[in-house]
Ligand binder design. Structure first.
Ligand code: C2E
Ligand code: CA
Ligand code: CA
Ligand code: CA
Length: 287
């Protein structure tokens, strides 16, 4: 119930103190949360636009502070980035989600859901631009994959368009190395216009994610539809997967399918789910 409330409005409805936190979360709060393991994850499914087939899940960090209530990632991710805590957070997210991925990929789970499809599902992780400077983080991520017998090919590292492009030359080394190790690379929040074709061709990405701000407004805005069309076309011409995030209604999904956008993510398909809800969602979705 708590998770439901959190996914709905960002706060639980029945607590005034959570709606009006007494103070803002500080870096000390975040450090404590990391130490106590209070950062949890929600998983949002990603499906094929045309068939609805499940392709993967994106791990999204969740922080519920015992006193301050739900703190959105848009608040605590920048806090972590600004105070040198982001790699620690990323590693916790990685370990938690790889454990989970190993679990849903197990033969035991396949028996329970009566199918093996989850054994190939991808896991998308959000990576902060700051982390590209530090190659060590990715060595650890690779090691965590190996420890759990998970092929790096199943891991999609999502970088925001701004960050991935900001310093294309320094990032290029790291990105190329990650690609060679087998990781898939995705440009998140694409469509805001930072990257040129030249940069895109040069950087070893495998997916473009259309920013949800365009997808959510597709029905009402010709401008948004124009952005979506051009991103999907660009993706296709470069041989990249295109994913639309923020798909909230059937009309938008139909439009995306018409454009031959590959993948979709959004509340229409599923809200981000707490790990214990994912298999139920999957069983209902496949039925
Ligand atoms: P993002 O990577 O662009 O993630 C998509 C955001 O859109 C998520 O917000 C998700 O809950 C929300 N969303 C998904 N479908 C819909 C929809 O149909 N409608 C609407 N209105 N929203 C939808 P969330 O979970 O609040 O995360 C916000 C941002 O925080 C993420 O944006 C990502 O940039 C960052 N973030 C979250 N977890 C992590 C993490 O582990 N590491 C890093 N570096 N950043 C993270
Ligand atoms: Ca948000
Ligand atoms: Ca993302
Ligand atoms: Ca995004």
């Amino acid at each position: 119930l708590l998770h439901k409330a959190i996914e709905k409005g960002g706060t639980t409805d029945d607590s005034v103190s959570e709606r009006y936190p007494s103070r803002e979360a500080s870096v000390e709060d975040l450090e404590e949360a990391l130490t106590l393991g209070h950062i949890r994850l929600a998983y949002q499914p990603k499906v094929r636009c045309h068939t609805g087939t499940i392709v993967g899940f994106e791990a999204l960090a969740r922080w519920h502070h015992p006193q301050l209530g739900f703190i959105p990632p848009d608040i605590f991710i920048p806090l972590a980035e600004d105070h040198g805590l982001i790699d620690r957070l990323t590693l916790q997210v990685t370990e938690q989600s790889l454990d989970w991925l190993a679990d849903i990929s197990s033969n035991d789970t396949a028996r329970r859901v009566g199918q093996h499809v989850l054994q190939d599902t991808l896991l998308s992780l959000n990576i902060s631009a700051r982390s590209l400077e530090n190659g060590e983080l990715f060595d650890t991520i690779l090691q965590h994959c190996r420890d759990r017998g998970i092929a790096p090919q199943r891991i999609v590292l999502e970088l925001t368009e701004t960050s991935a492009m900001q310093d294309a030359t320094t990032s290029l080394d790291t990105l190329t190395r990650l690609r060679l190790q087998g990781f898939q690379l995705s440009i998140d929040d694409f469509g805001t216009g930072y990257s040129s074709m030249v940069q895109l061709v040069r950087l070893p990405f495998s997916e473009l994610k259309v920013d949800k701000r365009f997808v959510m407004t597709a029905n009402d805005s010709e401008e948004s539809r124009a952005v979506i069309r051009s991103v999907v076309e660009l993706g296709r011409s470069l041989g990249l997967n295109t994913t639309a995030e923020g798909v909230e209604d059937q009309e938008t999904l139909d439009y995306l399918d018409e454009l031959k956008c590959d993948l979709a993510q959004g509340y229409l398909i599923s809200r981000p789910l707490p790990p214990e809800k994912v298999l139920d969602w999957f069983i209902t979705h496949e039925a």
